[in-house]
Design a protein around this ligand. Structure first.
Ligand SMILES: [Zn+2]
Ligand SMILES: [Zn+2]
Length: 336
């Protein structure tokens, strides 16, 4: 059958040939396109939400969806070509198909670009938080171990932010006895506290307070009080009433010297009761000694600074060693 309109080509649809059918295609298009992005994080507003990853791609996809075409045609895609130099017009191509026959249509539409801070960035600048991690130690002041742990949390949240823009830190505050870190997402505080607890020697106390109502539900803010064992080697401690010199730590527990027995002990972290550990404020001084001789399970060594000699139990290897000195008695220093 020949096309009833042009009388030349084969009719394929309602008596018309392919070309004559396309003449009835009507594409309805938006009057203009506007692009809104966040000047702080680059997120792009797409419909009613904000796209933080590949925002421009999502915006383009959504913009193409605002084009429609009458039956039997279908919009199959589109491509943004460029904006004019004043960026108030944008050029794009829309592709449509009919029974596998594809045609392209070019448009130049009025276009605008605006910058508006996104809701997430508003939360950050508004000091919004769902959780607060309080890093504390044993001696009531900020120590290097606390700072290192704070940095670990910062890295953790920054890494999570790559996949979840609601992961952010809205504030870091150094207080007298520690560091407070405010988190946009409670889940980050939870995960961090769990991981510190499993690999470090610490206690974690979780508490919450009602902060209001959000989306019709009660909204709680969580506090993760992480207290780490951050004594310096040489610190003198009372544990369950006994006196110890703190030698060092590993993930499983603490190395200590029982001062009275002059004996090294290891306390498993599971059996440490933080409430029963108290620093006396004394510090065993770390001094360097030259080893002079060793025999019969004893070592004679000389203080490098004042040349005084002393004989201690145990055969120490090497030419020199560090010793803790407490009340004139020498104790072994564990190499870290
Ligand atoms: Zn025709
Ligand atoms: Zn933003």
């Amino acid at each position: 059958m020949i096309c009833v309109k042009c009388g030349k080509k084969e009719a394929i649809h309602k008596g018309l040939c392919t070309d004559c059918t396309w003449e009835s295609a009507e594409i309805s298009r938006p009057g203009s396109l506007s692009h809104v992005s966040c000047p702080k994080c680059g997120a792009v507003r797409v419909g009613n939400s904000w796209s933080h990853n590949h925002g421009r791609k999502h915006w383009e996809k959504k913009a193409i969806e605002t084009f429609s075409i009458n039956e039997p045609f279908k919009i199959t895609g589109g491509e943004f070509i460029e904006t004019n130099h004043r960026r108030d017009f944008i050029e794009l191509k829309i592709t449509a198909s009919m029974d596998g026959d594809i045609r392209e249509f070019s448009y130049t539409l009025p276009y605008s670009e605006d910058k508006i801070s996104c809701p997430t960035c508003n939360k950050i600048t508004g000091s919004y938080f769902e959780a607060k991690v309080q890093i504390r130690g044993m001696i009531g002041e900020i120590t290097d171990r606390m700072t290192a742990l704070g940095q670990e949390l910062v890295n953790f949240v920054e890494n999570n932010r790559k996949t979840d823009h609601e992961s952010f830190i809205s504030k870091i505050e150094n207080v007298k006895d520690g560091i407070d870190i405010y988190l946009g997402k409670r889940k980050d505080g939870d995960a961090f506290a769990k991981s510190v607890k499993s690999k470090d020697i610490c206690t974690v106390v979780i508490s919450n307070t009602l902060a209001g109502v959000r989306d019709g539900k009660q909204f709680f803010r969580f506090t993760y009080l992480v207290r780490i064992l951050d004594y310096k080697p040489g610190s003198v401690l009372f544990i369950n009433g006994r006196k110890y010199i703190y030698q060092g730590r590993q993930s499983g527990g603490l190395y200590l010297i029982d001062v009275e027995k002059e004996k090294e002990v290891f306390i498993n972290k599971k059996s440490i009761d933080f409430s029963r550990i108290h620093a006396t404020g004394e510090i065993a001084e770390k001094r360097r000694y030259v080893i002079i001789s060793r025999q019969n399970g004893e070592t004679t060594m000389m203080d490098k600074n004042n040349f005084s000699q002393i004989t201690v139990k145990g055969e120490y290897s090497g030419e020199e060693c560090d010793m803790f000195v407490l009340d004139g008695i020498l104790f072994n220093v564990r190499s870290e």
